[in-house]
Ligand binder design. Structure first.
Ligand code: SF4
Ligand code: SF4
Length: 222
């Protein structure tokens, strides 16, 4: 899933301080799961905006809408009949959502309400951790099912840097050294010899470094 966090309320209020008709749009996808952009968060942010408006003595109208997904035109189109009633929209979907809204509704001012962080998952209640950097050529099977690109601070493919201590990465003792985990796992699976195979420099052309990417599934294109 895509993991995001809410922008500070002060920053959001500053963003839309000049607008009197504001629509808050949530998404039922990843941001609902990580508790920053679902219907509940839409209601909370809308209330905050209304209260703030009242405190300032302003007549602010705040609408609420939560789409099935903001990364799909089918659902973005649902706003067609209401978006004209507002002069600003705060999207609390991941960074894809406000961009899809901006493209579909070019006359409306769209603001991002969350900071999109990474692709990962919940490792315990209320804690999410990065697992994938979307490199475009997955090779975790070579590393015991663990990703050294997303989870090693230096994205090393040929073993650890030597800076780890007690299984933690040299950047922080809050971060596991994934190479410690990889070596342990390969030892447990009696596959340590596989790590002696030299991995040549990776081509990053399939990753973000190769420029913006697009995926075309011919059989689905009408
Ligand atoms: S190897 Fe690439 S695609 Fe696979 S988990 Fe790591 S970053 Fe993601
Ligand atoms: S300590 Fe481990 S995770 Fe951190 S940069 Fe070195 S090899 Fe990578």
């Amino acid at each position: 899933m895509i993991v995001a966090e809410s922008k500070p309320t002060k920053e959001l209020l500053e963003m839309v301080k000049d607008f009197k008709r504001i629509l808050v749009v949530g998404c039922k996808g990843c941001v609902t799961v990580c508790n920053v952009g679902g219907a509940k968060e839409v209601a909370i942010l809308a209330s905050t905006l209304r209260i703030s408006g009242k405190k300032e003595g302003l007549d602010v109208m705040v609408g609420e809408h939560t789409l099935e997904r903001q990364c799909d035109p089918e659902y973005i189109n649902e706003l067609e009949d209401v978006i004209g009633d507002y002069d600003a929209v705060i999207s609390i979907a991941c960074g894809v959502g406000p961009q899809f809204l901006s493209e579909k509704y070019p006359d409306t001012k769209i603001f991002p309400g969350v900071n999109t962080k990474f692709m990962g998952g919940a490792v315990e209640h209320g804690v999410w951790a990065e697992r994938c950097a979307g490199c475009g050529t997955c090779a975790i099977h070579l590393f015991g099912g663990l990703c050294p690109i997303a989870r090693c601070s230096k994205s090393l493919l040929n073993g650890p840097c030597g800076g780890s201590s007690d299984g933690k990465c040299e950047i922080s003792n809050e971060v596991d050294c994934v190479w410690d985990l990889i070596v342990t796992k390969m030892m447990e699976q009696d596959r340590l010899d596989e790590l002696t195979v030299f991995r040549p420099p990776k081509s990053w052309t399939t990753a973000r470094d190769g420029g913006p990417r697009k995926m075309i599934r011919e059989e689905l294109v009408k």
